[in-house]
Design a protein around this ligand. Sequence first.
Ligand code: ADP
Ligand code: ZN
Ligand code: MG
Length: 490
Amino acid sequence: MASAASINAHTRYEAVIGLEVHVQLLTATKIFCGCPTSFGAPPNTNICPVCLGLPGALPVLNRKAVEFAARAALALNCRVNETSIFARKNYFYPDLPKGYQISQYDKPLAEDGSIEISTEKGAARTIGITRLHLEEDAGKSLHDGFPDSDQYTYIDLNRAGVPLIEIVSEPDMRSPEEAFEYLTRLKEIILYTGVSDCNMEEGSLRCDANVSVRPRGQTALGRKVEVKNVNSFRFIRQALEFEIERQIEVLESGGNVVQETRLYDPGAGKTSSMRSKEEAHDYRYFPDPDLPALLVNAAWQQEIRAALPDLPQARRARMVSEYGITEYDAHVLTSTRALADQFESAARAAKNPKRVANLLQSELLGRLKARNLEIDQSPISMAGLSISADLVESGAISSKMLKDLYDLAFERNQDFPAVYEQEKPQQITDSAVIEKMIDEVIAANPKQVEQYRAGKRTVIGFFVGQVMKASKGQANPGLVNQLLERKLGS
Ligand code: ADP
Ligand code: ZN
Ligand code: MG
């Protein structure tokens, strides 16, 4: 536990964080050959002379990978360079058959982007994106799972040559929470563009975190440590928390932070040194002579930009103004593109979109989560949701009744209208009974009666609602409407 002294020290330092994120693109084939990218294929089945790096095999760039990378870049507010260059990053490792990785170096595909995040205090901050470039993935070393794993490491080259984008941020984040928020927003944007599934378990999103500390008020950056291969956003936050604490302690005890690469052990909650700066690779980058300059001209960029979907931030703003929902609701409802699409389809069909937003969040999402279902697996369809919202809106059913009907819908795996038809309360079709209720409602609401008689015909909805409520949802709505029109008109 942090002592009072260390908490004190903490406030005198500021953390500086920059993130490097690798995202696997959802192309059907690899970046420089026609091999499939499918995850989970038997080892070394998705391979060919190009991705095996056999002598004489030449790379041919996958146009779709470029389009996807440019789409992500534009969604992240980057400037896409009309000309960029593929470079060889040279290093020796068993999972890298060519002895170099084709990447981009001093002329990347895209630069100068940004992501807006909200800080713990609720304010908005802009985090700069230095660059976004295209590269190929390496293969995978398999250290366990074989009878002779104690003697050998196996190599699966299915992943070698799978297209990646690397997104490098500016050192703009100031706390582990901001790094977490940046990653959340980044993932959300990438998911909206549809260029990756960002599945961290399958390695289609990977993050290296760079972190340093400096005395508050100092502008020069402190010496950074890179924490590699942390496989969840939560662990990245924890690794950063640990690392910031560790670096402050080093400085407080009069030492210097060593520039190095460290690994995070989630079990122990600690980072430990993997290699120092002295052991760092010299990659001897140079332009790949087998690949011409990559050209993404203005016309192609325009085409890609035009096809961009409504991105989360813009979509939230539009939803707030279009449906009158709160900023908070908009955040929840845009957390995935599928959810936002579903919400909007229901909101557009319903009389009161705000009620749809409320019901979706308070009644539907929780029930789905409890059963581990995605929104598109919901027994209650969006049409059902909007119908139920309208019934509550008109007073035909109470909120309590709606909850019961939703429970039944989930129990029986039936959509809302079907359950409602089976379970709806016995209807009152006796005009005399309904008329009595109408008289009471009319007597109790002289102002609305006046409005109606002055020509504001829409007030009829209010009266229908009141009568439905008075009848506990049991009056026949058609009859209520008909009788109301007659009585109010007279
Ligand atoms: P390297 O030469 O080690 O690759 P770069 O300058 O390319 O370092 O930066 C890599 C990442 O580290 C970027 O995301 C950048 O924002 C971040 N970074 C650079 N310097 C620092 C620092 N002093 N503290 C924290 N992050 C940093
Ligand atoms: Zn191949
Ligand atoms: Mg670098």
